[in-house]
Design a protein around this ligand. Structure first.
Ligand code: FES
Length: 381
């Protein structure tokens, strides 16, 4: 059975076609102001966030569907004072819970309680290994020191730790130090993720995009660290699309492995899906999650391969990379059904390479920080 012929509402779990993971964006509030934040440029206001009971119901529905992993994210999920109530439900229904956090506000008492309730894994984002630059990028005084303390607490309590390290032109020189920092913190995994240029990162691209030489050097740093740390720490590496020959299989294919629920309850196939005009998003307030996943218009739109145009349509890799990223196709080609222009087969690929060359070589260093004030100024009408 494929997801295209699954019944919209069934009594039994739909494990064969259910998403593996659910990203619960509990809030867009965040004490950090990272210029590459993956939240939309138009942030959702605190007074519009889903209440506790609806989040708990969403988690019960997710577990009933066969979802395995819950990623509690934001913004900063710790900004929700009911995070423990939400976590309790995740524990009750048996979801593997992962907290994705800046660690600001993560006290020992709070972490102990979350662990008692079933939290298994914590991902802490680090802006750099050098405290002054990290705090400048994140816009939070002493934020880096607090993150180090929080990471140590995570390991002391026996929880799995991943260090998230977004990489760009303003910290790429410290990549080796970031990996060493994760090793010293006893992280099981570090995610070295070159920033992807959507939302806030797109607005700040000229200040963040590294040069090809810097990217090549980062590959060598990662390769050497992987050899040195084999069997001790996993290093996941996301290269910047703009220098790739083939696109990434974004989301593992649209509507195939995960779903995002926004702070106000919209259910999205990916975090940037709202940048695609004309897509209608169902809300958990209005429809069951299972129904949205199986038959929701936004999920059906680019699921599978039937929607593809050339060159994707006849490409031998179409079920490997799924045509790349729909949101990036929208941003760079003006058509979400086009081949992702970062693919060398795209007729627009030369344009992407020209952007990469021009912007990575620019002297721009100033960026717009992500906060509600700037969101209001730059939010789409
Ligand atoms: Fe939306 Fe890639 S971010 S499909």
């Amino acid at each position: 059975m494929t997801i295209l012929d699954a019944a919209p509402v069934a009594a039994a779990p739909i494990c064969a076609v259910a998403p593996i993971g659910l990203l619960a964006e509990l809030t867009h509030r965040c004490p950090l102001q990272c210029p590459y934040c993956s939240n939309p440029v138009a942030l959702e206001a605190a007074d519009k966030e889903l209440p506790t009971a609806i989040w708990q119901d969403v988690l019960r529905q997710a577990a009933d569907m066969g979802v395995l992993q819950l990623h509690l994210s934001g913004g900063e999920p710790l900004a929700r004072t009911d995070l423990e109530d939400i976590m309790a439900t995740a524990g009750e229904v048996g979801l593997y819970a992962n907290l994705i956090t800046s660690a600001s506000g993560l006290t020992r008492k709070r972490l102990e309680r979350l662990a008692e309730l079933g939290l298994k894994h914590v991902q802490i984002s680090f802006q750099d290994a050098e405290a002054a630059n990290a705090d400048r990028l994140g816009g939070a005084k002493n934020g880096h020191v607090r993150k180090l303390e929080a990471a140590r607490m995570v390991r002391e309590l026996g929880l799995a730790l991943t260090v998230n390290a977004p990489i760009h032109r303003q910290n790429i020189g410290n990549l080796g130090a970031l990996i060493a920092m994760a090793e010293e913190l006893d992280a099981g995994r570090i995610e070295v993720a070159h920033v992807q240029y959507y939302g806030w990162a797109l607005a700040n691209r000229a200040a963040l995009l590294p040069t090809r030489e810097q990217v090549n050097a980062s590959v060598q740093v990662v390769d050497a660290a992987r050899a040195r740390l084999k069997g001790r720490m996993q290093i996941d590496f996301v290269v910047p699309d703009y220098y790739a020959r083939r696109p990434k299989p974004c989301m593992g294919g649209w509507g195939s492995t995960s779903m995002n629920v926004t702070p106000t309850g919209k259910v999205l196939p990916c975090h940037a899906a709202e940048t695609i005009p004309g897509l209608a998003f169902d809300n958990v307030r209005d429809r069951p999650l299972r129904d949205i996943w199986l038959t929701g218009a936004a999920f059906q739109k680019y699921r599978g391969t039937a929607w593809m145009q050339e060159p994707c349509k006849s490409c031998e890799l179409k079920e490997v990379d799924w045509g790349g990223c729909r949101c990036q196709a929208m941003l760079l080609a003006g058509d979400a059904a086009a081949a992702d222009p970062v693919c060398a087969k795209s007729p627009l690929n030369d344009r992407v390479r020209a952007i990469a060359e021009a912007e990575s070589g620019s002297d721009a260093a100033a960026f717009t920080q992500r906060n509600y004030r700037n969101a209001k100024a730059t939010a789409p009408a």
